[in-house]
Design a protein around this ligand. Structure first.
Ligand code: ATP
Ligand code: MG
Length: 221
């Protein structure tokens, strides 16, 4: 379960160029929910996502994952939580372009605290889940946008995270590919994962059980 209580995010806190991007966000998500986050450009969607993904800190309020307060934790502990509980698909994929698909998908397994022996096998299985099994040896820079998106999803799910987060996963895709990617997210959600998708696309939002709209750093209900 994810719980944010009055979370305030200020960039450049206490500096001359301080900017408050989130003004006190309160959100509660049950395990297994499928949620879309929508809102205008600059509303604070990515900022919120980065806090939920434990990539960025916040200035006020509280954020809990499974009753663990995500505040004042060491970088090491945060990295551990990210690796174990959270899969994130970045807007720009953030893949290693020269490396093969399977090497990209194995990365989170290489960083895991408890090293597994069958890392290659697990990465191959994750690629197969996104219909990219036959491309495992191909370098990422020889793939199409939709294929890269799938590899990024495979990398996000290889550690079997309970929370899957995606920033504009269909933003750069055509309608058909974006429908396929949504199908994939829904399937992953049916395996009792919490799935959070930031999107500008109303058809993507319509497919989610719940839509949270962010406007100027606040939630609209
Ligand atoms: N590193 C930063 N330093 C200062 N201000 C920032 C920083 N990152 C974002 N902001 C500001 O915070 C606000 C929210 O940004 P954010 O990236 O969360 O918007 P968004 O809703 O994801 O927009 P988009 O739909 O364009 O991706 C914006 O006004 C932005 O200018
Ligand atoms: Mg954004």
């Amino acid at each position: 379960m994810i719980r944010l209580e009055n979370v305030v995010k200020r960039y450049n806190n206490k500096k001359a160029n301080e900017f408050e991007a989130l003004h006190g966000i309160t959100i509660e998500l049950e395990q297994g929910e499928l949620v879309a986050i929508i809102g205008k450009s600059g509303a604070g969607k990515s900022t919120l996502l980065h806090i939920i993904a434990c990539i960025d800190s916040y200035e006020e309020g509280e954020y809990y994952i499974d009753d663990l307060l995500i505040k004042h934790l060491s970088d090491r502990k945060l990295a551990e939580i990210r690796n174990e509980k959270i899969g994130i698909v970045m807007q720009d994929f953030a893949l290693v372009e020269e490396a093969s698909c399977i090497d990209n998908v194995m990365l989170p397994l290489d960083f895991a605290k408890k090293k597994k022996k069958n890392r290659r096998e697990l990465a191959q299985q994750a690629l197969e889940q996104v219909q990219m099994g036959e491309y495992s040896k191909k370098p990422v820079n020889q793939l199409s946008g939709g294929q890269k998106q799938r590899v990024a999803i495979a990398r996000a799910i290889v550690n079997e995270p309970e929370i899957l987060i995606a920033d504009e996963p269909t933003g750069a895709l055509d309608t058909k590919t974006s429908e396929e990617i949504m199908k994939l997210f829904k399937g992953l959600n049916e395996q009792n994962r919490t799935v959070i998708i930031v999107t500008h696309d109303p058809t993507v939002a319509e497919e989610c059980q719940r839509v949270i709209e962010i406007s100027d750093g606040r939630t609209l209900s």
